[in-house]
Design a protein around this ligand. Structure first.
Ligand code: GLC
Length: 516
């Protein structure tokens, strides 16, 4: 693949929400010292790459997606020294670390914004998108007025405290305040963001997950202008940081990968996508019709159609990154029971591209409804502390009094925990580990190897080939099924697949990986 860092082909990512992973200093909030102490756990589970949610200085109105200072680690997580140590300790273990870059907006407490809001011209006046009257509210965007001395309203990119950085407009309707993305007045914005990237790459980061990567240039319906900015970033990386990787939150792989030249793009749950059909989909009555729901008896046709098209369209250019979940969605365990999730992990870890596992999904952590924190709203329940052991009150997450924890842990007696599952060869954790190690040991199962559907029946049987000789066969239903595919040498088996008069009989909820 063109200019693709080799390590990315065999990367299996673990997403860490740092607030909730491990508290090293006993203040109730996770931090870098805690995370470093758990690198061996992450490695042992089979993951060799990390994505850490935003860790820069922030007022935390959106869990750190509101950056105040891109060059400073949030004190709650530690110092720049701790970040360097994290990169170093990860590298010692053969692991890579992606930070979270938020290029579309900052916090309204960011120095750039504070300057931009001043009622006189200065070098930050055009860093954000302003109208030229405090009364203006042009249609189609969200505006804030009355919050600054500058006579203008400013555009939001997301929440109230996240003003949009100004990368200019593609199509201009009102030249009195809209600036072209080609205008030299907006060029410093991308330059500033590239400076941020270089700063952290120089300190040992291996790349970035890029937040709302498609949101830079406004009124850019085909995203061609936004893509042209990212191509510049990619040229800078190729020239100076050829081992660095950028993965976009775009959810449109042909545009993000082929046009904007991201190394990878997340496939998120936005309607009619692979993971929607695989894990989440419900009918109007609320009943699951997801492929991996055992009673749904769904065919894999709809699940794969767009995915295969996008895979073909992006072949040789970059990876589609499928996730087990993330900090924005309700945990997978709310949608599929454990027997179903076992098969879902076989799927996730045998797909092409780079898989991302959200912390705690490997032990089946649950969604814990609770009071919203830091702009989490319904997402808060998926952001609770990692369940390390079953010692109450904090399950190994922190030594702070329980009342001081960032969020409540799952204290129910049957709550999953890493320690117990690591000792149990039949646990979900052991299964995830086995699959991760199998993927590392076979090039066929890694990012770039071919993906070809061999069988996809109306009653739910699915078989695909990876690479030259590795096959994955599923019957996710609660009934026996027959497959026309003959199973060769088994490398992994869940349920059972037996040959039967020139066909293969699949017990309920079977997944087999084999070689032919
Ligand atoms: C992305 C993040 C989300 C955040 C939003 C605004 O979607 O994943 O958590 O709230 O961007 O930055």
């Amino acid at each position: 693949m063109n200019n693709m860092p080799r390590w990315f082909n065999d990367a299996i990512f673990y997403q860490v929400y740092p607030q909730s992973f491990c508290d090293g200093n006993g203040d109730g909030v996770g931090d870098f010292v805690g995370l470093i102490s758990k690198l061996d756990y992450i490695k042992q589970t089979g993951f060799n790459a990390l994505w850490i949610n935003p860790c820069f200085d922030s007022p935390f109105k959106d869990a750190g997606y509101d950056v105040r200072n891109y060059f400073k680690i949030a004190p709650r997580y530690g110092t720049e020294e701790d970040a360097r140590k994290l990169f170093e300790e990860a590298h010692k273990r053969g692991m890579r670390v992606l930070l979270d870059l938020v290029p579309g907006h900052t916090s309204d407490k960011c120095r750039w914004f504070v300057q931009s809001a001043k009622p006189y011209r200065n070098r930050y006046s055009d860093r954000y998108i302003w109208t030229n009257s405090g009364w203006a509210r042009p249609e189609g965007y969200n505006w804030v007025t009355g919050n600054a001395d500058r006579d203008g309203t400013y555009m939001l990119n997301f929440f109230l405290n996240q003003p949009a950085l100004n990368y200019g407009f593609n199509k201009i309707n009102d030249p009195s305040w809209q600036i072209s993305y080609k205008d030299k007045r907006v060029k410093p914005t991308l330059r500033a963001m590239m400076k941020v990237m270089r700063f952290w790459l120089d300190r040992g980061a291996d790349g970035f997950r890029v937040d709302m990567a498609d949101s830079l240039v406004k009124n850019d319906p085909d995203k061609s202008a936004t893509a042209s900015l990212w191509r510049k970033v990619r040229r800078m990386l190729d020239a100076h940081y050829p081992e660095a990787v950028i993965v976009s939150e775009w959810c449109n792989a042909p545009v993000a990968i082929n046009k904007a030249r991201f190394h990878g793009d997340f496939l998120l749950h936005h309607g009619d996508k692979l993971t929607d059909h695989a894990f989440y989909k419900r009918d109007e009555a609320g009943k699951s019709v997801a492929y991996f729901c055992k009673t749904a008896h769904a065919s894999a046709h709809d699940m794969l159609r767009r995915y295969v098209e996008e895979l073909q369209a992006t072949r040789n250019n970059g990876y589609i990154c499928v996730i087990s979940g993330n900090h924005d969605v309700v945990r997978l365990s709310e949608f599929l029971d454990e027997s179903e999730r076992r098969l879902a992990f076989v799927f996730l870890l045998t797909l092409p591209g780079a898989p991302f596992v959200y912390y705690g999904d490997e032990i089946g952590m649950r969604y814990i409804p609770q009071r919203s924190k830091e702009g989490g709203f319904h997402r808060t329940g998926s952001r609770t502390p990692m369940q390390w052991n079953d010692e109450l009150p904090n399950c190994g997450f922190s030594s702070a009094p329980a009342s001081k924890l960032y969020l409540d842990v799952d204290r129910r007696p049957d709550a999953p925990c890493a320690e117990r599952q690591m000792k149990d060869a039949s646990s979900l954790w052991s299964l995830v580990r086995e699959l991760a190690l199998l993927r590392h040991s076979r090039v066929d199962l890694q990012a770039e190897s071919d993906f070809a559907v061999e069988e996809c029946s109306d009653d739910g049987v699915l078989c695909y080939r990876r690479g030259e000789r590795t096959f994955v066969l599923f019957n996710p239903t609660d009934q026996e099924r027959e497959s026309t595919v003959l199973v060769g040498k088994k490398l992994f088996e869940l349920g059972s697949a037996t040959s039967n008069n020139g066909a293969t009989l699949l017990a309920p909820q079977t997944a087999v990986i084999f070689e032919k």
